[in-house]
Write a protein that binds this ligand. Structure first.
Ligand code: MN
Ligand code: MN
Length: 463
């Protein structure tokens, strides 16, 4: 073989990772930045699973989707949304082909790590009023002190009324924070291992300091409750039936001089939820029956009525099968699923926890994880070679820039997604999503290139 032949053979036989910067034509580059604007708007309004459900319903309604409740009518060609308790959402597009060919499902989660208020959160200590929190999902506690935090959520009262709460997002709103030691007095704290330097019980939100009325006991606390009562009509008892959470305050921002990144709270996993929604809205010409699931509770194990372990997904498929005269078990067996969730983006600052050959490289497109898990692939859906090949073909046809990866080095840690819970229903499933830097931090970073390739990938899957 001469030099030229060697090069040609390498070209033919070697795998080559592609960068979206090289692969995308000018027209696609324009689409990438336009698509990112829509995502930033969505993300800025969707800081909790409840807010994400509301935003997605708005988008679906604008596209002509109608509300469906279990037991309702489903027709060929129909477009529906099922709102599961305001915290998870199913979008359905009923196709024209035989339903026993199965349903094509894209499932992403819309909950993110954050600080939940406890049931009795409010207390006063030496002139300051605080809210006690219990963190939700995998956070690194030191990242959540001394940053501006907003309060989001609902308070449900015994009269049946549920009040929405958002404080800290508008320009004129106050924000809240968890204080930290000054370096001058942190000598002892600085000696502690990171995991122990910040205690869960120390994550208390500072919310005020002015007392009202006579006497000395709890007059700041009284003031806080008076403000909340005047604004929301609530009393201290109502905290018991509330879901109030602290999230980082502020909107998503472009990051970098070239604006290639988006820095924001909650990319994991709304950065896959948004493309799942846009893909089903855009897939007008598909003959397949399509389903987009936005799930809650992934960050704490997918349990409960709004988590992916709930039987609802199976119930919805059964309703579709019955409505269109298909055998439910056959429909499930022939259904296929993308578990749309983020992956750890390779970070040159922390290269030692990655094995670069099998890492998700930012700007190299959407990433497929054949398996996730930890300690020898424990607790994972490991997609079959045949199913992965089928997905590869779809991505080739759809001209998607994509890559495969594992989450970090073997035994460096690990993680899971909703994939296995869907696969357990006898549905072929594989993980797919956007590489993220600083995952689970108050400020996560993604690339607009990878975001857009995720939209393209799900469109190709729905086609
Ligand atoms: Mn996730
Ligand atoms: Mn996560």
């Amino acid at each position: 073989m001469n030099k030229k032949e060697t090069e040609q053979l390498k070209e033919k036989l070697f795998y080559k990772k592609e960068s979206v910067f090289e692969a995308a034509k000018d027209e696609e580059k324009k689409a990438i930045s336009e698509y990112a604007e829509g995502y930033k708007k969505f993300l800025g309004n969707a800081k909790t699973e409840r807010e994400a459900v509301k935003e997605a319903i708005k988008m679906a309604k604008d596209a002509g989707f109608e509300e469906y409740v279990l037991g309702g009518k489903l027709k060929k060609g129909g477009k529906y949304y099922l709102n599961n308790r305001g915290k998870s959402l199913y979008l359905l597009r009923i196709g024209t082909e035989d339903i026993e060919n199965g349903v094509r499902i894209s499932a992403a989660h819309i909950d993110s790590p954050r600080l939940d208020m406890k049931q009795h959160p409010l207390y006063e200590s030496e002139g300051f009023a605080y809210l006690k929190t219990h963190y939700y999902g995998g956070i690194r506690k030191y990242q959540w002190v001394t940053i501006p935090l907003a309060i989001h959520g609902v308070v449900s009262k015994t009269n049946g009324e549920t009040v929405d709460v958002v404080i800290g997002e508008d320009e004129g709103d106050p924000v809240f924070c968890i204080t930290d030691l000054l370096p001058h007095l942190a000598a002892e704290q600085a000696q502690k291992p990171l995991e122990r330097a910040f205690a869960g019980e120390g994550l208390n939100l500072l919310i005020g300091s002015e007392p009202i009325g006579e006497g000395k006991d709890d007059n700041v606390k009284l003031h806080m409750l008076k403000i909340l009562n005047e604004k929301y009509g609530i009393t201290e008892n109502d905290f018991v039936s509330a879901e109030l959470v602290a999230t980082p305050a502020g909107k998503p921002r472009d990051l970098g001089l070239d604006r290639t990144f988006i820095a924001a709270y909650g990319h994991d996993d709304r950065v896959c939820a948004y493309p799942s929604v846009t893909a089903i809205l855009d897939s007008k010409d598909s003959k397949h029956t399509l389903m987009c699931v936005l799930a809650d509770k992934e960050e704490i194990g997918s349990e409960g009525v709004t988590g992916m372990q709930c039987d609802l997904i199976s119930d919805v498929i059964e309703e579709i099968a019955n409505a269109l005269g298909g055998n439910f078990r056959v429909v499930k067996a022939n259904s296929i699923c993308l578990s749309a969730d983020v992956s750890a983006g390779y970070d040159p600052m922390y290269s030692d926890v990655f094995e670069k050959r099998n890492s998700a490289i930012v700007n190299c497109g959407v990433v497929m994880n054949k398996y996730t898990g930890a300690r020898g692939k424990s607790s994972t859906n490991d997609a079959s070679a045949e199913y992965v090949a089928r997905i590869r073909k779809m991505f080739e046809d759809g001209k998607v820039v994509w890559q495969t990866a594992e989450l970090g080095k073997v035994d460096a840690g690990g993680g899971g997604t909703v994939a296995m819970y869907i696969a357990n229903h006898n549905i072929n499933t594989v993980d797919l999503g956007v590489p993220v830097l600083s995952m689970h931090a108050p400020l996560e970073v993604i690339s607009k290139n990878d975001l857009y390739q995720t939209h393209k990938a799900i469109c190709a899957f729905f086609k």
